[in-house]
Structures are given as C-alpha cells and as structure tokens.
Design a protein around this ligand. Sequence first.
Ligand code: DX5
Ligand code: ZN
Length: 229
Amino acid sequence: MNQNNTENIQIAPSILAADFSDLGRECQAAIEAGCDWIHVDVMDGRFVPAMSFGAQMVATLRHHISVEMDLHLMIENTDLVIDDYISCRPDRLTVHVESCNHLHRVLTKIKSSGIKAGIALNPTTPASAIAETLAFIDQICVMTVNPGFGGQEFISTQTAKIKAIRDALADRSIHIEVDGGVTEDNAKRIVDAGADVLVAGSAIFHKTVSDRTRHYRDRIQGIRRAISV
Ligand code: DX5
Ligand code: ZN
C-alpha cells in the first residue's frame, strides 16, 4: 500500500531532454518553474548505447542548479571513476547495481563524502537486488525504460517491482525514484505503487518553446495535479 502523501512527491526534470546548447539556462528555467530536484544523466556510450557528457559538464552545471542536483551515472566500471563524480558535489549520486564490482565500497564512499547515495536497477534486475544495500542508501531508482535514451515508453511490468520495493522498505526513509517514460497520464499509477520521486524528461522539457519557464511550469503543475486526484 502506498503511504506517500502527494505533497511530498518530488518532481525531478531530467535534462537529457533539454537543449544541450543551453543547459545552464534550461536548469534555471525548470527551477523557476517549480521543480524539486534536477536530474542529471551521465551516459558513456558503453553501459548504455548513447553518450551525454562527463564530469566536467556536471561540475559546470553544479553552479546553475540551486535545488538538489540528482546525479544518475549510466556508465561502465563505476568503481574506477566514482571519485570524479563525488568531486562534482551533487546532492545525490545514484549508481547502477549492474555496473559496480564492489557496490558496498562505492556506496560507503559516496556517503562518507556527505552525499546521499542511490542505487539504480535496470528493468530486468529483480527487486531483491536492494537487499544488502539498505543500510547504505538514501534512494532506489527503478528504471522503467532501458536506460540510455529519453522519450521511451514506460515498461508497465515495473509497477509491480515498485510495489515490491515499497513493501520491502517498510518504514525506512529511503526514496523510491522512478525514471523513464513518466507522464501526466501514468504519474498517479506510479505514485500509487509507492514511488515518491518522479523523474521526467520529455514530459517537461521542450526545445522549441518561446517561454520555457511558463511551459515547464504548466507541465510540472500538470503532473502535480495528476497525482493529487
Ligand atoms: C534514461 C534516463 C532518464 C531519461 C528519462 O536513460 O536515465 O533520466 O532522461 O527521459 P524520459 O522522461 O523522456 O523517459
Ligand atoms: Zn536518469
């Protein structure tokens, strides 16, 4: 059963869908539009097919993000480069369980740096993968698309996984974040399953609107309205 109060649902626009030639202002527009966190996707073209950007861009974006920066690493060999991303000082740093050889070491390194730690699960990784991590994490990111691209369709079988994780967490204060294919139309179902952080890229950002803050505000408010009914 979902214990979430909809007022506590965090909306985290994913800048993967934003204008890459103007990312600083895109972040600022989403913040002015009332988002809670900004979700920043690092993709290396190896763990996932596409590339986005690396640590240098994340460090630059840090100066443009006054809400919580929620960094999601979709990269191979996370263990080898985690220090580079810790140095960017995100508020939250999520790593994939499928890409860490020594997940405990990576998570405790993030936590001991004063950054909130998250794990992400690909669609076919079972909910049980969280079992030995609960003492070391602040959030679980349930991937509801195969990571690597924005604009994909939500994989509906993941709703049962969100519920299973919510049940397994009991009263622990660990966020369940859902990433991929989130829209105004399915947001309510996702929150009812137990998620309390909604990442949305293509449902919020739009590269060609003239008044982007107004457009992003409408989209964010649309999601908030959808989950509050
Ligand atoms: C996908 C990324 C997501 C992506 C979501 O691999 O992790 O954060 O940007 O985009 P939408 O909301 O368009 O599915
Ligand atoms: Zn993401």
